[in-house]
Design a protein around this ligand. Structure first.
Ligand SMILES: C[S@@+](CC[C@H](N)C(=O)[O-])C[C@H]1O[C@@H](n2cnc3c(N)ncnc32)[C@H](O)[C@@H]1O
Length: 249
């Protein structure tokens, strides 16, 4: 079992040395979020579907989503993360849990490390919070920053999905309800892909994130997908499933 002693957040300076076998300690800056929990919960509800699957996660962070898919019987686990320490820690977690032989985690941008490859199942919990670039609560800016409209990472992810899904392949991603779901659906349709909301969760938006949320999004979505009770705020967050359209237009 991994040690649960928290490691100091490594937020600045040169990247730390690669984690050696047996030295895995999770970084506080990569701790799983409420989004991660909701995503894994939905994956668990369909556990039989991932047995024997070749899996790719874009933005693998701590590696916990891949670890959960490994526990559900995935045949191979490929993680990609833009942050070198996330790639390092993700692989260390997968090794610690006994998945070394089926795991690969690469530091790189979005689809580049997986260029030319197709997967049975692609999962992503990408940064897609509409906000200016800023670190939030001990995380790197790359954890949450989705550009002013939340689509800076989401759009290239959706644009490349069709080229990386195997025939009959599927993707499951987190999708804030205050980031236009219909726009995502429209991006997928020309690729012969459809989207459905598998489940919706309420996610707490802490003050520090609420203050950063793009003002136009806050104004438009309060009372719709953002629910406020005095100083406390919650937002609808969808877990979205993407697969081949049964009847492409
Ligand atoms: C919200 S975190 C999710 C981490 C993990 N999947 C989880 O659920 O806990 C988003 C992750 O995406 C990574 N990321 C941001 N931009 C990326 C990019 N252009 N390519 C690949 N990964 C990226 C971040 O470094 C971060 O680890």
């Amino acid at each position: 079992m991994p040690t649960l002693k928290p490691a100091p957040a490594a937020l600045a300076g040169s990247p730390p040395a690669p984690i050696q076998a047996g030295q895995y300690v999770p970084r506080v800056s990569l701790r799983p979020s409420e989004y991660t929990a909701a995503l894994i919960q939905v994956l668990h509800g369909k556990a039989a579907d991932w047995r024997g699957a070749q899996v790719l996660e874009i933005g693998s962070g701590s590696g916990v989503v891949l670890a959960a898919l490994g526990a559900m019987g995935a045949a191979s686990l490929f993680g990609v993360d833009i942050e070198v320490e996330a790639a390092d820690e993700g692989l260390a977690l997968l090794r610690e849990l006994g998945y070394a032989a089926i795991s690969r985690v690469e530091q790189g941008d979005m689809w580049l490390p997986a260029a030319g490859r197709r997967f049975d199942f692609i999962v992503a919990n990408l940064p897609h919070f509409p906000m200016p670039p800023a670190p939030v609560k001990g995380r790197l800016a790359s954890w949450s920053y989705g550009g002013g409209d939340g689509r800076e990472l989401l759009n290239p992810f959706l644009a490349g999905l069709g080229q990386h899904l195997a025939p009959r392949g599927r993707a499951i991603i987190t999708h804030n309800a205050f980031v236009d779901v219909e726009q995502s659906r429209a991006m997928l349709r020309p690729q012969g892909l459809g989207l459905r909301i598998a489940q919706t969760f309420w996610i707490n938006i802490p003050d520090v994130k609420l203050e950063l949320l793009t003002p136009a999004v806050l104004a438009a979505e309060t009372g719709r997908t953002i629910h406020r009770y005095g100083p406390h705020a919650f937002a609808d967050m969808h877990i979205v499933e993407i697969g081949a359209l049964k009847h492409p237009d």
